[in-house]
Ligand binder design. Structure first.
Ligand SMILES: [Zn+2]
Length: 94
């Protein structure tokens, strides 16, 4: 995926989910959704075809555990918010 397209996709995802764009390490951006005193982070994998990934962070930005990332895969932006919370609901802390 081209970087420009990546950025516009992340922007569109923030709009679609009601979240906000936040910068991640390494030139990546994610979408942050507030949830129960913590945050849900959505990120699009730029280097592979796995699509969207999701993880939970506390208010200080620490991930819930070392294996926090769960793969959502490819889905429409309209489904993304629901799929993010569904996917996280199945997360088992390592
Ligand atoms: Zn966890």
């Amino acid at each position: 995926m081209e970087y420009d397209k990546y950025l516009s996709e992340v922007d569109a995802a923030a709009t679609a989910t009601g979240g906000k764009v936040v910068s991640l390490a390494g030139g990546y951006f994610g979408v942050q959704l507030p949830a129960d005193g913590a945050n849900v982070l959505l990120a699009l994998d730029l280097d592979s075809d796995q699509g969207w990934v999701v993880w939970a962070e506390d208010s200080l930005g620490d991930r819930c555990c070392d294996y926090a990332e769960e793969v959502i895969g490819n889905c429409t932006l309209g489904e993304l918010r629901l799929r993010a919370f569904e996917t996280l609901a199945h997360h088992v802390h390592a």
